[in-house]
Ligand binder design. Sequence first.
Ligand SMILES: [Zn+2]
Ligand SMILES: [Zn+2]
Length: 509
Amino acid sequence: MITYVSRKLVSMWNQLIGKKGRITSHHSPPLRTKDVQLDNNYVKDLAKKYTGKLLLRDEIVVQEALFQKLLTYRIFTPIPSIQNGLFFTKCIRCNNKKKSLFAEIPCSRCQKRHRYCRNCINMGRVMECEHLYYWSGERYRWPQLKSPCTWNGTLTEAQQHAADKIMETVKRGGEQLVWAVTGAGKTEMLFQGITTALELGKRVCIATPRADVVRELLPRLQRAFTSLHIQALYSGSRDNDGTAQLMIATTHQLLRYQHAFDVLIIDEIDAFPFHHDKSLQFAARRAAKKNAARIYLTATPRKKLRNRVMTKKIDYVFVPVRFHGLPLEIPNLFYCSSLKRRLENNMLPEKFIQWLKEREKPTRQMLIFVPTIQLANSLREPLISLFLHHQLISNQKEMISVHAEDKVREEKITSFREKKIYALITTTILERGVTFPSIDVAVLDAGHIIFDEAALVQITGRAGRSPVDPKGEVVFFHDGKTDAMIMARDSILEMNKRAMKLTTNSKKE
Ligand SMILES: [Zn+2]
Ligand SMILES: [Zn+2]
């Protein structure tokens, strides 16, 4: 019986791939609703598009009759989207098992009420009666590209050391942590590893928790791999069918993949929401192939990862020195009494006004961090008047605010980058992953709980990134020092010490 079934399957497959000559047309698929024909090349196109994905039916762009045929040939395999056990319910897409994150709604198709997963609803609703589908046909083989990298810059010694480690991991598989200070030039350290992967016909994904980081990385990668089609996936991205050999994606997008990538690089691994969202960590594990290389990049690893480093449970490489060789800026801490109350009443602290007058280089642009969206909006007016008064801006358009819920945040960040805007008031969305060449940084109410150690180190790291202007002022305005502030400053001092040691040692050699 088994032999009969497998023989039958083989014959079905042969028929499908044209071995018996019935389906050998090289034209686009002749599609008839009653008698659906499958074209060999068409299936190959589908393989490129769907290998390594886990999707809902409406995310698969294939006509129903044809889709049914693909199911019959087991080229797509359905699995239940929500698993119901005796004592548990689990969403197969995001691995959510929390009862409170499931809800019920009436289903128009089945005329009854169904469970759905609230945890991954942003990726399209997963209903109990729907299936998820994965590609079980022949997997698409990515080409072995010849010298895809067009970047011809040079790496510093510290960068090269990390790049070598990354390259080894790409070849060998397994985990590698790259712990590199802000402004160390992490992206450039990846180029050789990515090149090696592409030359070996591997598929690479750089994932990061933040959409802003994806948008920042795309042009930089594209400049380094000019003739390569690179896709960036984030909510709202346009070129988003996920068919590129090199992809950049938010970690949320990984929920649509399984066993897809030979190399998975997670940039800013400690960033919100990835570090505390178990379903995103699950998605990242599933998106990579079993023996994939997994490379994690961060300037501020969280405790758990640091513990793995201490106990030698993960291979790591440390890059304590910025690519321009100068130390990290040290934040200044300015105490301002009743700061919270003043800010809530749209009053700016005296210390801030004084600092504004005494800044070393008023031509530098400014990033002003605030803890809440409300403050980002309400402080704009008093800040505009102050900046106009001191002639730092000539009209109010040169000072704007931006936050996560802002629909035009991309445009605003671009205008800041193009220096059309002098000062940007921002929430923590711009704490990391973005590079502006010459800026000073102020944090208003740095003692707020949202500014943890990692956030403050990252915010400080926005300053002094350009080799042309490798310095920048960073000031935390607070009404009481927090542990986070002290630890952030201490860890920056420690990094600078290590960088100094490294540079002196390499000079001795
Ligand atoms: Zn239903
Ligand atoms: Zn889910």
